[in-house]
Design a protein around this ligand. Structure first.
Ligand SMILES: [Zn+2]
Length: 221
């Protein structure tokens, strides 16, 4: 009955001072009987949906979109971790984390509670001269603190590094098991530093940024 088949639910919601209300655009007038009751059922379903957390994902044009998308998917729990696959009835050999081999592999585990990830975040925090990172959820990692709010460039560089760290962890997790020379902290940290430098150097307007400065996380104001 919708006249624009690919419209979004949001397109049919209007919000005024009385709150949200539907504003339908039917292809033809809704008739009585079954159509009316289907419409009522639809309204009941849509009204029960809560489009929770209000914190929107912050994109960062200092890293490519394909990099940021890993963190974006992690935050929405849309990465195909082993537990996510099992939830969708897709067979996996086991649900063990490839980094520690102990816990069940969920997005939360890979990026937060796994010891391997915790050591990586620790080294990143030391490098960027911020306090140790304690995260209770993916979104805590995505809103890094510890740099003065006044230094926008520093925050953006730190945020870029966080996004690259998600990408790097997920990339290493996806390496075939036989290529994994024991989860290698030095290798992943070196990769995060080098790739983040390349992208930030080329995409930001930080013309004076050198590798030496980057290694001290000296990115200016
Ligand atoms: Zn683990």
């Amino acid at each position: 009955m919708e006249s624009i088949k690919d419209c979004l639910v949001a397109d049919r919601l209007v919000v005024d001072e009385t709150g949200p209300a539907f504003s339908w655009v039917w292809a033809s007038p809704v008739l009585g009987g079954s159509e009316q009751s289907q419409l009522q059922q639809l309204i009941n379903i849509v009204c029960g949906v809560s489009l929770g957390p209000a914190s929107p994902f912050v994109w960062n044009n200092w890293v490519p979109k394909k990099v940021a998308i890993v963190a974006w998917r992690a935050e929405m729990d849309r990465l195909p971790s082993k537990c996510a696959l099992i939830r969708r009835n897709i067979p996996v050999q086991n649900d063990h984390c490839v980094f520690c081999g102990e816990s069940s592999e969920t997005s939360e585990h890979i990026f937060i509670s796994c010891q391997f990830a915790q050591i990586v975040w620790q080294i990143i925090a030391d490098w960027c001269k911020i306090p140790p990172i304690f995260a209770f959820g993916i979104s805590d990692l995505l809103s890094p603190t510890g740099v003065p709010a006044s230094s926008r460039k520093k925050w953006k560089a730190l945020h870029a590094i966080v996004l690259v760290t998600f990408w790097s962890l997920w990339k290493m997790r996806n390496e075939p098991v036989h290529r994994q020379v024991v989860p290698n902290i030095t290798r992943i940290v070196d990769e995060i530093k080098a790739m983040a430098f390349l992208w930030v150097k080329n995409r930001s307007k930080l013309a004076a940024l050198t590798w030496e400065k980057w290694c001290r996380f000296d990115v200016g104001g």
